[in-house]
Design a protein around this ligand. Structure first.
Ligand SMILES: Cc1ncc(COP(=O)(O)O)c(C=O)c1O
Length: 348
């Protein structure tokens, strides 16, 4: 099924071999001494985050397992804490446990951000606490900066590492009155993704101090992630940083305009009501199966992909879906999105 237009950032340019080839061809300047794009990318990310060192990984899944392993070896502790719906726990088949003998301590309520009191209630020594910014599976909620600072300070005082799952740090920064480096300074280690907000092909970068990143490089090799010739992924990511980072505030403003229109219409509503970043959830008065079917019919009839998949709800008559505004999302006006959502029941 051809996707003509998509509200989902995950249908971006990387899905088009032609677009990827065009961008790579643009990158190569004949006659110039070749620079290693992987090294350039690592230096660029380390500089932007104000960290001494950074390392490329083929995936965020691998980068985060590795960094948790390193924090565990350093502290001699096997447990790490995080939100009950954190990506590491929900979407990665518990790789941290299967491969690294680590275990997960969920903190706080599954539908809310956790707070300092929730962390204090964890009565087990922690190798690390994972802070996912924004918290994707609850609509991209973002902790207040002062709360976040208090929580990471507590984590470090209690002997654990504060680690940021910054798959969408590029987007999260728009919700703070702080630079990337000021946010990253709250954490010992930070992982960023190269293909979500940056619309690259794949890959991740892990940043931290020299010692931690040096140890992470050993585990990256052990796990088969020290791939040579990763330059096309790095080159595309560098281009994504050039093109998309300056536009994140625009993506967020558009997300807010879409959410405002959806809430004003009233058929559906958004969480959060006012998005803190370019990411939010739309809650529908429809079952997950009906929403999924309607979206499939919409795609077949118009070539428009409204969302990737519908999420279930404890109330089986309701469901939700994620919107993450990037370049493709800008093509949709608030009015069009409202009409598409309102039209879903008629497409079941
Ligand atoms: C919050 C978060 N963390 C980690 C990951 C894992 O990234 P990767 O797909 O590069 O393994 C994702 C991927 O969607 C994510 O959304």
């Amino acid at each position: 099924m051809d996707v003509r237009r998509s509200l989902s950032q995950h249908s971006g340019p990387r899905k088009s071999p032609h677009e990827v080839s065009r961008r790579l061809a643009e990158w190569v300047t004949p006659g110039l001494a070749p620079q290693d794009p992987v090294r350039m990318l690592e230096e660029r990310v380390a500089g932007l985050l104000g960290k001494p060192s950074a390392l490329f990984f083929p995936s965020g899944t691998m980068a985060q397992q590795v960094v948790l392993r390193v924090h565990a070896e350093r502290t001699g502790r096997r447990a790490f804490a995080g939100h009950p719906q954190t990506h590491l726990h929900v979407w990665e088949n518990q790789g941290y446990n299967a491969l690294h003998d680590l275990w997960f301590h969920p903190v706080g309520d599954r539908n809310e951000l956790f707070g300092l009191d929730d962390l204090r209630a964890v009565k087990e020594p922690l190798a690390a606490v994972v802070f996912e910014l924004p918290q994707r599976d609850i609509g991209g909620l973002l902790p207040d900066f002062a709360d976040l600072a208090a929580q990471t300070a507590w984590t470090r005082q209690s002997g654990g590492a504060a680690h940021c799952d910054g798959a969408r740090l590029w987007e999260a920064q728009t919700g703070y009155d702080a630079t990337f480096a000021e946010i990253a300074a709250l954490f010992d280690t930070v992982y960023v993704s190269l293909y979500k907000g940056l619309e690259g092909v794949r890959g991740a970068v892990l940043a931290g101090d020299e010692d931690t990143i040096g140890q992470a490089a050993v585990w990256r090799r052990r796990m088969g992630g020290a791939i040579v010739d990763a330059w096309p992924l790095a080159a595309i990511a560098l281009m994504g940083m050039e093109a998309n980072l300056p536009r994140m505030a625009e993506f967020k403003a558009h997300a807010q305009a879409l959410a405002e229109a959806i809430n004003a219409d009233g058929f559906a509503h958004t969480v959060p009501h006012v998005p803190a970043t370019p990411l939010f959830h739309v809650h529908l008065p429809m079952s997950r199966h009906d929403a999924q079917r309607a979206a499939q019919h919409l795609l077949e009839e118009t070539g428009i992909r409204l969302f990737l998949y519908a999420r279930s709800n404890p109330d089986p008559g309701r469901s939700s879906f994620e919107v993450s505004v990037g370049l493709s999302g800008l093509e949709f006006t608030p009015r069009e999105v409202v009409e598409l959502i309102r039209g879903l029941p008629s497409r079941v």
